[in-house]
Design a binder for this molecule. Structure first.
Ligand SMILES: [Zn+2]
Ligand SMILES: [Zn+2]
Length: 172
């Protein structure tokens, strides 16, 4: 069992999913146990964060309006106390109705095809690619092509408030 680099406890659950922290030579930043992530001690110890948005590089005053409207405690929880999900090229966490969405996990075409609620939301306007909104016309055949290909992965989210499904597709 791995040992948490914050509390030094050995636990069966350990996170190595990615973290941006201040480098200290000779001191490994990870792994972290789930408790040190959830109580904020991991982010605090290494002065870092788990999840990010491109806006983090901007000045506070330049933040997009939809990000400014996220309650600060929710933003803090996502950035500092939520482990990153495993992905190919970094991560993009959806915001909808001014809150971080629920991450449901990786998904494949068959799961979307078999659930009309998910399919309809995504077919209407829910697909993004590596964090950017698709400008292509979507149809079932196109989604099937993308999500049955081994090199493409879909990450499914759901809005806490309105229940809408959103899909981020990554390619290698
Ligand atoms: Zn710990
Ligand atoms: Zn919503």
């Amino acid at each position: 069992m791995a040992r948490c680099s914050v509390c030094n406890q050995r636990t069966g659950y350990i996170d190595t999913g990615g973290f941006h922290g201040r480098f200290r030579s000779g001191e490994p930043l990870q792994p972290f146990c789930p408790w040190c992530i959830a109580n904020g001690k991991a982010a605090e110890k290494y002065d870092g964060y788990f999840n990010y948005f491109s806006f983090l590089a901007l000045e506070e005053s330049d933040l997009p309006a939809h990000i400014k409207k996220i309650p600060e405690d929710q933003l803090d929880e996502l950035v500092f106390r939520t482990p990153r999900y495993s992905s190919l090229q970094g991560t993009e966490w959806f915001i909808h109705c001014h809150s971080p969405c629920i991450f449901l996990g990786k998904t494949k075409w068959v799961a979307i095809r078999n659930n009309p609620d998910i399919f309809n939301d995504i077919n209407n306007d829910g697909v993004w690619f590596n964090g950017r909104k698709s400008e292509e016309e979507l149809d079932a055949g196109w989604l099937e092509y993308w999500l049955t290909n081994e090199e493409r992965v879909g990450y499914l989210f759901k809005c806490f408030h309105c229940g809408k499904y959103l899909l981020n597709v990554e390619y290698t």
